[in-house]
Structures are given as structure tokens and as C-alpha cells.
Write a protein that binds this ligand. Structure first.
Ligand code: NDP
Length: 302
């Protein structure tokens, strides 16, 4: 699902001013925060350039899945905005795993490339895990390499998956305290739920991870001061899952029955009980690319 060119964000932002009077949840504005991060990075990159350091990112797409093409396009646009040189590799669907791994190997050895991104999913005849492992951990700007994941789990330095890293930035830059708070994450995927839980733990939250086998999900969720929803089911989480005053982060992106973007959270219901909430679109979505850019700048500083 793609989160851009969506006019409703302006409407949502206009509504923000009236929300306090109506006792509705404060909106956590991911569009604004991601722009701040990109502007900070732009300055950093300009300073690095003036010292003769140019940053390069390789973006590889295999096949021409339309959603992937839009994502790749957005990533290239963000590189351009920040001042990162992006090298694009648009490979045909029938590219073999060996050919892809050979290209990654060359890019691993190329000093002008600091970040390597393979747009997922790759075609079925290519093994995703093998591809991820082929990327040098020093250039693993998506944070998916087992070494990056392992480093996160034992509290060592390494690249962190962009969506959960973006959520931590959203919370911090919106002055939401994590330390000592009850944090519940719905979902345990490798790219969102698990790294999210580890990051909240790193920030000294008290963390519970839930999934499809969790008993009495509602009761567990109602304990949360911070509820991160990455369940992958449109509007599943309504007010009955949310404690009065909780902060709710909605990771989901879907289209509803009217073809409008929506999240995993039933926004209209939850905004009545939460103290703060991320909208969809304009919440978590824009943060993912901002954090990818951040990882690429970090990679160039290694
Ligand atoms: P996955 O489908 O990989 O994981 C979903 C998780 O939710 C699983 O752990 C699953 O449990 C759990 N789950 C499913 N149904 C239930 C249920 N009824 N009760 C409790 N838990 C349940 O999704 P992702 O983590 O990849 O993505 C989650 C959402 O976030 C999606 O909507 C996706 O589109 C969106 N997304 C948005 C991004 C962004 O940039 N905004 C980036 C990445 C994802 P189990 O493990 O037991 O199967």
C-alpha cells in the first residue's frame, strides 16, 4: 500500500486545532517530524560534502511490481532531496539469484556506495534471506541482516529496521516518555513487531509482545500506556482495546471499502479515548523513508 499523493492529510492537519477543545487525542504528525529529520540530514550531508565526502546509495529492484516501483521512486526522491547520490539498478524479473548476489558483491566492494537497498519482495525464484545475508552489514541500511538484528538484541551498535526506528523518533520528538511505561506491541514480524519491542526495551519501557496466539488480546492491550499496532488487519483495533489516555501508534496501511487509506486502528473510535494517536496517512508511513536516509548517512560515517 502506498502512502503519498493523499489530499486528506491537509484536512487532518486543519482539524488538529479543534481537537483539544473536543477532548480528542493529540495527533502525532509524522509528516512534519519526518520533514524535520530530512532537513537535519540535508544539512549534515551538505557539511560532509564540503569536507569532500559524498554519500552514495544503491537501490536495486528486481521485476516491475508497481507498488515496489513507487516505493523505489520515493526513496530516490528522498536521496535527491537530502543530497545523497542514488544509483539505480532496475533488473528484469528473470534475473537469477546468482546474478543478484554478484551485483550485491560488487556494490559491497564499491567505496562510493555506503548503503545497499534491495526492494522487497523479490521474485519467488530468489531466496530473500540469502539476498539479505549477501549485503555487507556495514551497508545494510534496511537493518534486515541477521548481524544487524543480533546487534540490536544484545544492545550493540548496528542498523535498525526503519519503521520501528521511525516510531521511536515519533515518540521522542512528540515528548512521549517511554521509560518505565507499559508498552504493548501487537505483531511480531521481523521487520516491525520484534525490532519495535527491542527498541522500546532499549528505551527502558516495560514491553509485552502480542500475536495471533495471544489469549485475551484486549485485556493485554488495555494495560498499555503506549500501544503499537502492527497487526496487518484494517481497523481491527477499536476503543475497546485502548486504555483511557494511552498513546496509540498505528503502523498499518490499507485501503478501506471506500478506497481511502486506513490503518490497523479504527481511528474514529480510538481518538475518543487515546491521549495521542498517529493518523494514517501522515503518521508512521513518512518516517520509514526518513530513517532509511538516516541509516545511509550513518553508514557513510562508519
Ligand atoms: P505481518 O503480517 O508480517 O505480521 C502481522 C503480525 O500480526 C503477526 O505477528 C501476527 O501474528 C499478528 N496478528 C495477525 N492477526 C492477529 C490477531 N487477530 N490478533 C493478534 N495478532 C495478530 O505484518 P507486518 O509486521 O509486516 O506489518 C504490519 C502492518 O504494518 C501491515 O498493515 C503493513 O502493511 C504495515 N506496515 C507499514 C509500514 C510503514 O512504513 N508504515 C512498514 C511495514 C509494514 P503471528 O505472528 O502469530 O502470525
Amino acid at each position: 500500500m502506498i502512502e503519498n499523493d493523499f489530499p486528506d492529510i491537509e484536512k487532518i492537519l486543519r482539524k488538529m486545532t479543534n481537537r483539544k477543545e473536543k477532548n480528542m487525542a493529540r495527533l502525532i504528525d509524522g509528516k512534519k517530524i519526518s520533514q524535520q529529520i530530512k532537513d537535519e540530514l540535508k544539512e549534515k550531508v551538505a557539511a560532509m560534502k564540503s569536507e569532500g565526502k559524498e554519500i552514495g546509495m544503491a537501490v536495486i529492484q528486481v521485476g516491475n511490481d508497481p507498488a515496489s516501483s513507487v516505493y523505489v521512486g520515493n526513496k530516490k526522491k528522498a536521496c535527491e532531496y537530502i543530497g545523497i547520490r542514488s544509483e539505480s539498478y532496475e533488473l528484469p524479473e528473470e534475473t537469477t539469484q546468482e546474478e543478484l548476489i554478484t551485483l550485491i558483491g560488487k556494490l559491497n566492494d564499491d567505496d562510493r556506495i555506503h548503503g545497499i537497498l534491495v526492494q522487497l519482495p523479490v521474485p519467488k525464484h530468489i531466496d530473500e534471506d540469502t539476498v539479505i545475508k549477501a549485503i555487507s552489514p556495514r551497508k545494510d541500511v534496511d537493518g534486515f541482516h541477521p548481524q544487524s538484528v543480533g546487534a540490536l538484541s544484545i544492545g550493540q551498535k548496528g542498523f535498525v529496521s526503519c519503521t520501528p526506528a521511525g516510531i521511536i523518533q515519533l515518540l521522542k520528538r512528540s515528548n512521549v516518555d517511554i521509560e518505565g511505561r507499559e508498552c504493548v506491541v501487537i505483531g511480531r514480524s521481523n521487520i516491525v513487531g520484534k525490532p519495535m519491542a527491542l527498541l522500546l526495551l532499549r528505551e527502558n519501557g516495560t514491553v509485552t509482545v502480542t500475536h495471533s496466539k495471544t489469549r485475551d488480546l484486549k485485556e493485554v492491550c488495555r494495560r498499555a500506556d503506549i500501544l503499537v499496532v502492527a497487526v496487518g488487519r484494517p481497523k481491527m483495533i477499536d476503543a475497546s482495546y485502548v486504555k483511557e489516555g494511552a498513546v496509540v501508534i498505528d503502523v498499518g496501511i490499507h485501503r478501506d471499502e471506500n478506497n481511502r487509506l486506513c490503518g490497523d486502528v479504527d481511528f474514529e473510535s480510538v481518538e475518543q479515548v487515546a491521549s495521542a494517536i498517529t493518523p494514517v496517512p501522515g503518521g508512521v508511513g513518512p518516517m520509514t523513508i526518513a530513517m532509511l536516509m538516516n541509516n545511509c548517512v550513518e553508514a557513510a560515517l562508519l
